[in-house]
Structure formats: structure tokens, C-alpha cells
Design a protein around this ligand. Sequence first.
Ligand SMILES: NC(=O)c1ccc[n+]([C@@H]2O[C@H](COP(=O)([O-])OP(=O)(O)OC[C@H]3O[C@@H](n4cnc5c(N)ncnc54)[C@H](OP(=O)(O)O)[C@@H]3O)[C@@H](O)[C@H]2O)c1
Length: 156
Amino acid sequence: MLTMIFACDKAGAIGKEGSLPWKQSSDLQFFKQITLNKNVVMGRKTWDSLGRPLPNRRNIVMTRNEAFAEAERMTYEQVMALAENEEVVIIGGGEIYALFLDHTKELHRTVVHTLVEDADTYAPNFDHLGFHLLTERHVPAGPRDEHPMTFQHWIV
Ligand SMILES: NC(=O)c1ccc[n+]([C@@H]2O[C@H](COP(=O)([O-])OP(=O)(O)OC[C@H]3O[C@@H](n4cnc5c(N)ncnc54)[C@H](OP(=O)(O)O)[C@@H]3O)[C@@H](O)[C@H]2O)c1
């Protein structure tokens, strides 16, 4: 099964200049809770932005560079085949979300209550795919969050 997780601002922005455009410790904790001990799939640019593998997860990177050897690499077809038997969590960025959106059954979206100026990467629009909102939780900014946020859980 394919699951997707992302955090976006009120206009759908997810990135700026190769990194996250906010500091949201509460969201990172939530991300860890959802992804721990699972297969996580990311694009090479997101891999570069992390700088190290996410611990206690199977880190799978998509790149067209056949010489890539920093982590396990998979093609689109290989990720789809893995998702037939195991849970696969798509963790970004924009290109990789767009690639798998049509096959995603479950989606965790954190709406960060801000508007990022000059964002350059956006979450995919899933309005037309028949998702419905299962749960929604508003959380005020904690001591290590820049903004309040809303955790949403969507399923098809
Ligand atoms: N807010 C969030 O939840 C969140 C989550 C993750 C990332 N982000 C942000 O998103 C931004 C990065 O996103 P992005 O869209 O620029 O890049 P990305 O999706 O992370 O990676 C794009 C790369 O993936 C590879 N790729 C794409 N399609 C492929 C395919 N069909 N087969 C094989 N490889 C493929 C290519 O790598 P090669 O060029 O090596 O061939 C491509 O350059 C950063 O700002 C990051 O911080 C935000």
C-alpha cells in the first residue's frame, strides 16, 4: 500500500531552495511516528536535503543517476512492486509526490499556518481524487515550532 506524508503552508508550498521553509519540531515528531520501521521513498533532492539516512527506516531513493550508491535506489516500477506487499511511505519531494499521487490510498497532510514567500516546491493537488478527511487535529505552536499547525488524515 502507498501512503503519502507532507507538510505544506496554507497555499500548498512544501519547499524553498532545497529545504523545508519552517522549523516545526512537532511535525517532525509526527513524521517520525508515521514513518518509523517502514519503507520510505524519496527523490534524490530530498535525500540531499536530509544529509543522512533516516534512522530505523528503509531509505529508498529515486534518481536517474545509475551511479548513485549513497542509499538503496529504486525505479518507479520497483517501488510499485514493493507496495503490493508492504506499506511504502512516500516522503517527497514535489516531483515524487506527483509521480505516486494517483496510486496513493492514504495521505497525512500537515497544514502549517503560514504563507511562505518565494516558495519553489508545492504539494500535489488531490482535490479530484476522491479523498475524504478522516481526522483533523489543530495544534498550537509548541516551544520549538514557528507556527501553529493542523494534522489531517485523508483516505480514498
Ligand atoms: N514539506 C514537506 O513535507 C517536504 C517533504 C519532502 C521534501 N520537501 C522539500 O521539497 C523540495 C525537494 O523537492 P523536489 O521536487 O525539488 O525534488 P525531489 O522530488 O525530492 O527529487 C527530485 C529528483 O528525483 C529524481 N526523480 C524524479 N522522478 C524520477 C523518476 N521517475 N525516476 C527516477 N528518479 C526520479 C530525480 O533525481 P536525479 O536528478 O538525481 O535524477 C529528480 O531530480 C525541497 O525543498 C525539500 O525540502 C518538503
